[in-house]
Ligand binder design. Structure first.
Ligand code: HEM
Length: 184
């Protein structure tokens, strides 16, 4: 049931409406993105630190918080360049980020509000720095695409684990989920 990251990226671009113009405006502002990445990382980890559960995850292993600060800055800057112009490398990187969060046990209920914080904080910074509405919209879209990767990883990994453990077919699994949902 694993997804093909590049195909997933293409589908998300279409569904979320990320356009060539969005990509251009983000690339034009890549230096600005890098210049505010550290400030955004500070907001992000301050937010996670205020939640007891997430704060526990962040401090669970030696050096994790420090490492995360650095990887967040890279992640944030990559949104503006698309790495390889939103190609295979970008898609694989976002899929890998999704898998890491599943492995650590970070559920959608943590990831969605965390991305909302990114969108909110970057929105305030855009306004303060007099950046365009077009850039705001483009960043909102790419954030949603990155979020979709993390969320989809959660579903794919849990489904694959159940199928492997039980030997059920994907169709049977889908039917059981649908029945379970009707019973709730
Ligand atoms: C907007 C949502 C999020 C983004 C964009 C994000 C970004 C990242 C990135 C880029 C990495 C590094 C992946 C790698 O090593 O290749 C990472 C790892 C990680 N993230 Fe997140 N993250 C998000 C949400 C969260 C949340 C809600 C938590 C909850 C505490 C969290 C905790 C972690 C942890 C513990 C790691 C692994 C750190 C390590 O030990 O190396 N992340 N994240």
């Amino acid at each position: 049931m694993a997804i093909e990251p590049r195909a997933f990226l293409t589908t998300m671009e279409t569904r979320i409406g990320l356009t060539p113009e969005d990509k251009s405006v983000m690339k034009e502002n890549a230096d600005w993105g890098s210049s505010i990445a550290e400030e955004m990382a500070n907001h992000f980890y301050a937010y996670l630190g205020r939640d007891a559960e997430m704060s526990g995850i962040l401090s669970a292993t030696e050096g994790r918080a420090h490492r995360l600060h650095k990887t967040f800055i890279e992640w944030f800057s990559q949104m503006f360049t698309g790495m390889d112009n939103w190609g295979d490398e970008y898609a694989k990187c976002r899929w890998h980020i999704g898998l890491i969060h599943v492995k650590i046990g970070i559920a959608p209920q943590h990831v969605v509000p965390a991305m909302a914080v990114v969108v909110h904080e970057v929105g305030k910074k855009l306004k303060a720095d007099g950046k365009s509405e077009e850039l705001k919209e483009a960043l909102g879209r790419i954030c949603m695409i990155d979020l979709a990767f993390i969320e989809q990883a959660y579903v794919e990994v849990s489904s694959a684990a159940v199928l492997k453990e039980t030997g059920w077919s994907a169709a049977l699994f889908r039917r059981l989920i649908a029945t379970g949902a009707s019973d709730m």
